[in-house]
Design a protein around this ligand. Structure first.
Ligand SMILES: NC(=O)c1ccc[n+]([C@@H]2O[C@H](COP(=O)([O-])OP(=O)(O)OC[C@H]3O[C@@H](n4cnc5c(N)ncnc54)[C@H](O)[C@@H]3O)[C@@H](O)[C@H]2O)c1
Length: 400
């Protein structure tokens, strides 16, 4: 089969197995080139490990620190008619590369919000690893099926209080539009907190702790975004921001438990990057196109792998100056470069000037589009897209 991209709204409905594999191999090569993470983790669970920041976390742990990894994700293999999801191919590529490198790697494909997933992970840790010393929580999901009632709760990407009006990019037509998003109701805010807040992370950590599979000194980290006044109305001050505030609450609760055993919990605030999750957020494509250009010109541009390697090497496993490595809410800040005043001011200055005519010239919108396609395995250097490719990629995965 020859596979070409088919974009619908903010997703691409086709994927390229070879391109996805190459993306993973490129991230592994980058990690190896960066060198070993000193005193890094050795037995790691990554929840949400098949794409974006979770995939980079698994790669950093395995190839930067020689860690055994268990990955949990929710992906689809190919069917007769359709290629698999990008995360499926990414996970398969990671599995192959880890095993070739002699590293332990096992994967669970199923709903991480379910008790069944927690039980399976605990069983696997007991059988194979005994205990784990790091848990990375990197889920991004628009829905959560509640583990006890089975009720399906949905999150929203909306402001709170008043409508949000802004220019944005219509990514299907590559033109600037005026976007208006109605505010979330209180019920929608609450539901967003239920889906993307800290409760599920707490359930994971207490289940692991009760099962006795957390090593002494075990750490956990969950990912957040804050941004600046430019995106606050839709993000930090919006429904998703409330969920991320709840992640901070959960972090403190988990931290006080883990600290008893010499470990700890942190939220890591990461920079904005192109992932399937972020491309769904209104206005993000325009902001990303601007901030990429500004940061690139200042030599500050980073992708998922750069951010996560920096988080492991310079924050989480840097024992030199622990107190200076967190903000006053005990968060690891990797958004320090993005939030530099000169970077944000350049974006504020640029924003009102962008029109259909100068979108490509004045911003990195082309780079945004390239990165978006790359998420699905397209436009990756060194891949022959005219060659036949078999979409059926199998690997040893535990399916729930
Ligand atoms: N993308 C950004 O710009 C950005 C910036 C800062 C923080 N973050 C945060 O990083 C975290 C990860 O986001 P991302 O952008 O890497 O997302 P992503 O869409 O690339 O990855 C999400 C992962 O979650 C998994 N997943 C989703 N629902 C699941 C379920 N029910 N069960 C099991 N696995 C499931 C997917 O399989 C995938 O592995 C989120 O908390 C997000 O808010 C993202």
């Amino acid at each position: 089969m020859i596979i070409k991209p088919k974009i619908r709204g903010f997703i691409c409905t086709t994927t390229h197995p070879t391109g996805c594999e190459k993306n993973v191999l490129d991230q592994i090569a980058k990690t190896k080139a960066n060198g070993e993470i000193k005193n890094g983790p050795k037995k790691v669970l990554v929840i949400g490990s098949s794409s974006g920041y979770g995939l980079s976390s698994r790669i950093a742990a395995a190839f930067g620190s020689g860690a055994a990894t268990i990955g949990v994700f929710f992906e689809k293999p190919a069917t007769e008619k359709k290629p698999g999801t990008a995360g499926w191919y990414n996970a398969a590529a990671f599995d192959k590369a880890a095993h070739e490198a002699g590293l332990y790697a096992k994967s669970i494909n199923g709903d991480a919000f379910s008790n069944e997933a927690r039980d399976k992970v605990i069983e696997l840790i007991k059988e194979d690893l005994g205990e784990i010393d790091l848990v990375v929580y990197s889920l991004a999901s628009p829905v959560r099926k509640m583990p006890e009632s089975g009720e399906v709760i949905r999150s929203v990407l909306k402001p709170i209080g008043e409508p949000y009006r802004s220019t944005a990019i219509d990514t299907n037509r590559d033109v600037i539009i005026d976007a208006e998003i109605e505010p979330a109701t209180q019920e929608e805010v609450d539901q967003t907190v239920t889906v993307m807040g800290g409760q599920d992370w707490e359930l994971w950590m207490s289940a692991l702790s009760e099962a006795g599979v957390l090593a002494e000194g075990a750490r956990t980290v969950a990912y957040s975004y804050i941004g600046s006044d430019i995106t606050w109305p839709i993000y930090w001050h919006g429904a998703l921001g409330k969920a991320k505030e709840d992640l901070d609450r959960a972090s403190q609760a988990i931290n006080s438990e883990l600290a008893k055993q010499g470990g700890g919990a942190n939220v890591a605030v990461l920079k904005s990057v192109v992932t399937q999750a972020s491309s769904a957020i209104p206005v993000m494509p325009l902001y990303l196109s601007m901030v990429f250009k500004v940061m690139r010109e200042k030599g500050l541009h980073e992708g998922c792998m750069d951010q996560i390697y920096r988080m492991f090497a310079e924050r989480l496993y840097n024992d030199n100056n622990p107190a200076e490595l967190v903000d006053d809410s005990n968060r690891l800040r990797l958004d320090d470069w993005e939030l530099r005043e000169d970077v944000q001011q350049a974006c504020r200055d640029l924003w009102p000037q962008i029109t259909d005519a100068n979108l490509f010239a004045e911003t990195d919108y082309q780079l945004y589009k390239d990165e978006f396609l790359k998420l699905f395995g397209f436009g990756v250097d060194g891949v022959d897209y005219e060659a036949e490719v078999d979409p059926q990629v199998e690997f040893d995965v535990i399916t729930l």
